[in-house]
Design a protein around this ligand. Structure first.
Ligand code: ASP
Ligand code: MG
Length: 421
């Protein structure tokens, strides 16, 4: 029998009925003999509502008090789920991030996990209890409550799986798994049965909202088998995020043959596209430095608050990159400060430009992928402002009102077989 970490997202525990349904699902796994650590998010839109509430009482709420407030959301769901489990005659105990010993750095709102003590989790598992842990939260060395950044419960779950030595981690959400593009934007998008960890890291970092990017990084680094499943469908097989070598193992001969067929259509050594994604929660920042050597002070300022820097492009003393929209105020403050201290000549925060990316293999061996992308987008007058590429991903800045159309065009071109299909 296995030791599993299961995570249930906000929609999955969004109403009392859903909490009871989740409890029944957990009870089933418990009765089948599995040991379970369950991570929960706040119910429904609780986190957004709490943020809204904060802004109704304060113009500029401090990050510390925001963390105190937001962690209450997960605390509600963990207690309710634990009660519902007791009703199913399953012994359960709920623990906050701090009680679990999830030790983070001191950065409020975007803390990173340093280690997990987990002694109370292990003790409760010994007593055959289901352990419910509040996602998205931890505690710093000086006992301040922290949060891990929006969507951080996935990261709590995988980090716990590493800490307790779980056999696997299951993320239950409101979609069937990971698709080749967001199915709300591209109805023809295909569900992945298995996706390699490195491509999933790229997809998540570049906007596939289904998994928190840091959770996939952890799963990759510690090789934790990660499954994304629909919590509302009992028999959903979902998507397995696996290592490249596990990708080949166990895949039926038929599907191996099929993937070879797809590759041979494009040529074994040509670039392959696995997914297309855009990210409207990002902004584009363009900076002209006073000297190229002042770049480290810019990175330092970003690192201090864990502001994300995605797809950076550095040339001629200028640097451009994407970052999270919710860091806008902090970026403004940092860049003002750096301008006054003589590190930055000028800067522009472009709120209407967002990243549009293709993820796959062999993008950097020649300019073929970039050329084809520019050509396809150009047919519909989508002109990227800039682009960067690695071997696994190619990211461009496009206008936010053209991002969805861009995703549809690139998906049709690369992932729907016939161009006019
Ligand atoms: N409740 C938090 C959020 O909405 C964390 C999470 O759901 O993962 O961002
Ligand atoms: Mg999420």
């Amino acid at each position: 029998m296995s030791l599993r970490v299961q995570k249930f997202g906000g929609t999955s525990v969004g109403t009392p009925e859903r909490v009871r349904r989740v409890a029944e699902r957990i009870a089933k796994a418990y009765r089948a003999g599995h040991s379970l650590v369950v991570v929960v998010s706040a119910m429904g839109h609780t986190t957004d509502e709490l943020i809204d509430l904060a802004h109704q009482v304060s113009k500029n709420p401090s990050h510390r008090e925001m963390d105190m407030l937001l962690t209450a959301g997960e605390r509600i769901s963990m207690a309710l789920l634990s009660m519902a489990l007791e009703d199913c005659k399953v012994p359960a105990i709920s623990l906050t991030g701090s009680q679990t010993g999830i030790i983070t750095d001191p950065s409020h709102r975007r803390a990173r996990i340093r280690r997990i003590l987990g002694s109370r989790v292990r003790a409760a598992l010994e007593e055959k209890k289901v352990v419910i842990v509040a996602g998205f939260q931890g505690v710093s060395e000086n006992k301040e409550i922290t949060t891990l950044g929006r969507g951080g419960s996935d990261t709590s779950a995988v980090a716990l799986a590493v800490a307790v030595g779980a056999d696997l981690c299951e993320i239950f959400t409101d979609v069937d798994g990971v698709y080749t593009a967001d199915p709300r934007c591209v109805p023809q998008a295909k569900l992945w049965k298995k996706i390699p960890q490195d491509l999933m890291v790229e997809l998540a970092t570049r906007g596939a909202g289904v998994l928190h990017p840091r959770s996939v990084e952890l799963a990759k680094q510690f090789n934790i088998p990660l499954f994304v499943k629909n919590s509302l469908k009992e028999e959903s097989e979902g998507t397995a995020v696996v290592s490249r070598s596990d990708l080949q193992k166990g895949s039926s001969k038929a599907s191996a043959k099929e993937s070879r067929k797809v590759e041979s259509e494009r040529g074994m050594e040509e670039f392959q596209v696995a997914g297309v994604t855009a990210d409207l929660s990002k902004i584009l920042i363009r900076i002209e430095l006073t000297r190229p050597t002042t770049l480290p002070s810019l990175w330092e300022a970003a690192a201090k608050n864990h502001l994300s820097v995605i797809a950076p492009f550095f040339a001629d003393g200028k640097v451009s990159f994407f970052s999270d929209r919710d860091g806008l105020v902090e970026w403004h403050k940092n860049l003002e400060h750096l301008s006054l201290s003589g590190f930055v000549d000028s800067y522009k925060i472009e709120k209407d430009w967002v990243p549009l990316s293709i993820v796959g293999d062999r993008f950097s061996q020649d300019g073929a992928a970039l050329a084809q992308v520019i050509e396809v987008l150009g047919r519909e007058n989508i002109v990227p402002l800039l682009g960067t590429s690695s071997s696994l991903a190619l990211t461009m800045a496009v206008r936010s009102d053209q991002a969805d159309e861009g995703v549809r065009l690139l998906h049709r071109e690369f992932l729907e077989g016939q161009k006019d299909g």
